[in-house]
Design a protein around this ligand. Structure first.
Ligand code: AMP
Length: 282
């Protein structure tokens, strides 16, 4: 695996690969890799000749008081995992390389980003949209792979790619979970053993929603209240949001649709965890 820290060097390598006719797949991450990230690498390897993974903890997507400084990092372990999973190129720039003169241009959306995580993390999606646009311009991949775990992020990136005519195919990949249902996340490392038990309330609430729907409950507000009540019975939890929304616009639902997204963000101890599920009512 080639480890590249400089933008120019990466561009040269990619140019050579493209001359050879090779297809490039790209997996952007913030590191502290787990099987969720590795599933994206696997998918990229299936679809492409060369897979590039980036590890960059992007400061512009963290708000004041968030966990930028504490965000878990272990580059040695990450490199070992990437090598084992036969990633071809790791792009590992430092902040100066990505933002050499500060930063005066950003990618801002006028839809999607005022909802869900955008409400509680103002500016977060500007940071995400900007860094992903920069990374796509640097790597110039044929396809880029993103997890549905960050469902809103995936919609935001698809929108940016369409609106700015970026020449890349965006691929959304399923959420990878621990055996007990907890969605894998780099932030799970913040959880104590007891908090981790409470963290299961997020994925367990999906079953509750299915049961409520089977019982014939059709009012999104009522379902939301039941989910909140259920999560709040677990110690260490503090709900940021529980929403039933349209899968394309992320607008809140007044009445249940055949297909909708349940999106959750819950603080469990110090960790802010997100999870989601698309429900289809037959
Ligand atoms: P992050 O390092 O958290 O920025 O995540 C990098 C990429 O991995 C994003 O596209 C995430 O959506 C994806 N990802 C993170 N956790 C999971 C998971 N449990 N399953 C699938 N994809 C994931």
């Amino acid at each position: 695996m080639q480890v590249v820290k400089k933008i120019d060097e990466l561009r040269n390598i990619i140019k050579q690969e493209k001359i050879k006719g090779n297809k490039i797949g790209f997996v952007p991450t913030m590191g502290y890799l787990h099987d969720g990230h590795l599933s994206l690498i696997k998918k990229s390897k299936e679809d492409n000749d060369v897979t590039v993974c980036s590890i960059f903890v992007n400061p512009t997507q963290f708000g004041p008081g968030e966990d930028l400084d504490k965000y878990p990092r272990d580059i040695e372990r990450d490199m070992k995992l990437l090598k084992e999973n036969k990633c071809d190129i790791l792009f590992y720039p430092d902040v100066k390389e990505m933002y050499p003169n500060g930063f005066y241009t950003k990618v801002t959306l006028s839809i999607l980003t005022d909802k869900l995580c955008g409400k509680s993390r103002p500016g977060h999606f500007d940071g995400v949209a900007t860094v992903v646009t920069k990374l796509i311009n640097i790597v110039n991949p044929d396809s880029a792979y993103f997890g549905m775990k960050d469902y809103q992020q995936l919609l935001v990136i698809k929108r940016v790619v369409e609106d700015l005519n970026l020449d890349v195919n965006i691929v959304g990949c399923p959420i990878v979970r621990e055996n007990d249902g907890l969605a894998m996340s780099s932030r799970n490392v913040y959880l104590t053993e007891k908090e981790r038990e409470s963290a299961l309330s997020l994925s367990k609430s999906f079953k509750l929603v299915s049961q409520l729907i089977e019982k014939g409950i059709k009012n999104p507000q009522e379902i939301k209240q039941e989910v909140c009540k259920f999560i709040e019975t677990h110690p260490f939890t503090k709900i940021d949001y529980v929403e039933l929304v349209d899968i394309d616009t992320l607008e809140n639902l007044n009445e249940l649709k055949d297909k909708f997204l349940l999106a959750l963000a819950v603080f469990v101890g110090k960790a802010r965890l997100i999870d989601n599920k698309i429900f289809e009512i037959k």
